[in-house]
Design a protein around this ligand. Structure first.
Ligand code: NAG
Ligand code: NAG
Ligand code: NAG
Length: 435
C-alpha cells in the first residue's frame, strides 16, 4: 500500500517535471490549438483565373475567417486562420524582406492579419514559413534571414507560425528550430510556434530529442502529411500508437504532438470515418485544425466538427495525451485521462474504433477494470456521439461490462466520469449497447 502510494507520487512528480519545468513558456496553446489551415484542401493552387474559389489568395483566408464566425465554429474555439505554403513572392524585396505574392495577396499580409483579427470571437492569424533555403513549394525560406523574418512576422501581427523543414539539413534542426524560437521570443510578440522538425528527422530514422521539442515548440508535426483518405488517417493513428510510449509523455499544456489536419467535410472520409478521426484526435490531445471548404461542409459533418462534448475532451485542461490500450477482435480501444480527477482516480474518454470490414455492427464488451478504470465508487457514462446527450442515470462499477456495437471503420466514443453519487444501476439498465 505504502509502496503503491509512493509510486503514485513519483509518477505524478515526473509528470509535473515534464509539464511544469520543461515546456515552452510563452503562455500560449495551453490547450491544443484549434482553427483552420489551408494546406490539406487547397495545396498550392495558384492559378486564380481558372480556379477562383480554390486558389491560395487573400480572399480564401478572408472567406475562411468570415465563415468560422458565421457558421458558429469560432464560438466553439476554432479561432486560428492559418496560411500555409505558396503565399510568398518568388523573391525577397530589395531590402531583403519577405513579401507576399502581389497578384494573389495585393493588400499584403499585415492587412490580411488585421482583417482576420478584426472579426468577432478573437480570431487569430497564422502564417507558414520554412526553416530552410526554400519552402517545400520553392518559395524563399527563412534560413540566413531568421532574425529579420521573425521581426517581420511580429510587425505583421502574426499570432501563429508554422515552420516547415524542406530544403534544410535535418542534423542542424536541433539547433536551428530553437534559435528561430528565440528570435520569435525576442520580438516580444507572443506567437504560437509550430515545428516540423521531428517529421523530417523521423523520415531519416534519427533519434529525436522530444524533451527539447517540448521546451522550444508549442506543437510539432511528428510524422507524414495527412492526405484525404481513411488509409492516410489510420496510418497516422497507428504510427502514433506505435510510438506512444515515447511521444505521449511530452504532450501537455503549451506543447503538443500534432498528427496533422482534420479531413472532415472533404471528399475522402465517410460520415462514420469522420467521427472516428474526431474521436482519435480528441484522445490524442491533437490540434484541431480543419482544412476544408467551409461553405460546402454538409450539416452532418459540421455536427461532428461542432460536437461540444468531443471538443471538450480534446480541450481537457489536464492536457494528458491518450493512448491505444488494447486491440481485440478488430476493435482498437483508445483511452485518455481527463477531468474530473479526485482521490487518485481520473475520468476517461474511451474510443472503440472498428478496423473490421465484415458489414454488420460488431458487438463488443469489456469491463471497466480491464480498460484500467478502477475507481471503486464507479463511473457515469455519456455516449458522446449518441442521441442521448446525458450520462447514464446510474453508475458502472469497475467489474461491470460496458457493451458497444461498432460499425465498420466507425467509432463508439464514451466519456466515463468518476461519480460518487452511488446511484447503483438495476441489472437491466446496464444491459444497453452503446452505439
Ligand atoms: C529572383 O531573383 C533571381 C536571382 O536572384 C532572378 O534570376 C529572378 O529573375 C528573380 N525572379 C523574379 C520573379 O523577380
Ligand atoms: C519569452 O521567453 C520567456 C522565458 O521563457 C517567457 O517568460 C516569455 O513569456 C516569452 N515571451 C514571448 C513573447 O514569447
Ligand atoms: C461479453 O462477451 C463475452 C465474449 O467475449 C461473452 O461471453 C459475454 O456473454 C458477454 N457479456 C455480455 C454482458 O454481453
Amino acid at each position: 500500500m505504502i509502496v503503491t502510494t509512493a509510486l503514485r507520487w513519483a509518477c505524478c512528480l515526473i509528470v509535473v517535471v515534464i509539464r511544469g519545468l520543461n515546456g515552452l513558456d510563452n503562455g500560449l496553446a495551453l490547450t491544443p490549438p484549434m482553427g483552420w489551415l489551408a494546406w490539406q484542401r487547397y495545396r498550392c493552387i495558384t492559378d486564380c483565373e481558372t480556379y477562383p474559389d480554390d486558389c491560395v489568395n487573400e480572399q480564401l483566408f478572408m472567406r475562411a475567417a468570415d465563415l468560422l464566425v458565421s457558421e458558429g465554429y469560432a464560438d466553439l474555439g476554432y479561432n486560428y486562420v492559418i496560411v500555409d505554403d505558396c503565399w510568398l513572392a518568388k523573391n525577397r524585396s530589395a531590402d531583403g524582406k519577405l513579401e507576399a505574392d502581389k497578384k494573389r495577396f495585393p493588400s499584403g499580409i499585415k492587412a490580411l492579419s488585421d482583417y482576420v483579427s478584426n472579426r468577432e470571437y478573437g480570431l487569430k492569424f497564422g502564417l507558414y514559413e520554412d526553416w530552410g533555403t526554400k519552402t517545400c513549394a520553392g518559395y524563399p525560406g527563412v534560413l540566413g534571414h531568421e532574425e529579420l523574418d521573425a521581426k517581420t512576422f511580429a510587425e505583421w501581427d502574426v499570432d501563429y507560425v508554422k515552420l516547415d523543414g524542406c530544403y534544410s539539413n535535418v542534423r542542424h534542426m536541433d539547433k536551428g528550430y530553437p534559435e528561430f524560437g528565440r528570435h520569435l521570443n525576442n520580438t516580444g510578440r507572443p506567437m504560437v510556434y509550430s515545428c516540423s522538425w521531428p517529421a523530417y528527422q523521423e523520415e531519416k530514422g534519427m533519434l529525436i530529442d522530444y524533451a527539447s521539442m517540448a521546451k522550444h515548440c508549442n506543437l510539432w508535426r511528428n510524422y507524414d502529411d495527412i492526405d484525404d483518405s481513411w488509409e492516410s488517417m489510420i496510418k497516422i493513428a497507428d504510427y502514433f500508437a506505435q510510438k506512444q510510449e515515447f511521444w505521449a509523455q511530452y504532450a501537455g499544456p503549451g506543447h503538443w504532438n500534432d498528427p496533422d489536419m482534420l479531413l472532415i467535410g472533404n471528399f475522402g472520409l465517410t460520415y462514420d470515418q469522420s467521427k472516428t478521426q474526431m474521436a482519435i484526435w480528441a484522445v490524442l490531445a491533437a490540434p484541431l485544425l480543419m482544412s476544408n471548404k467551409l461553405s460546402e461542409v454538409q450539416p452532418q459533418f459540421k455536427d461532428i466538427l461542432q460536437n461540444k462534448e468531443v471538443i471538450k475532451v480534446n480541450q481537457d485542461n489536464l492536457g494528458i495525451q491518450g493512448t491505444r490500450v488494447f486491440r481485440d477482435k478488430g476493435i482498437d480501444i483508445w483511452t485518455r485521462k481527463i477531468e474530473p480527477f479526485s482521490d487518485g482516480y481520473y475520468s476517461y474518454a474511451v474510443a472503440f474504433v472498428s478496423r473490421r470490414v465484415d458489414g454488420a455492427p460488431y458487438p463488443y464488451n469489456i469491463t471497466l477494470e480491464d480498460l484500467g478504470l478502477k475507481n471503486p465508487n464507479g463511473y457515469s457514462i455519456t455516449n458522446l456521439y449518441g442521441k442521448e446527450k446525458y450520462p447514464t442515470p446510474c453508475i458502472y462499477k469497475p467489474n461491470d461490462p460496458v457493451k458497444v456495437r461498432v460499425i465498420p471503420s466507425g467509432v463508439v466514443f464514451l466519456r466515463m466520469n468518476i461519480d460518487d453519487s452511488n446511484q447503483l444501476c438495476k441489472d437491466n439498465s446496464r444491459s444497453q449497447f452503446f452505439k
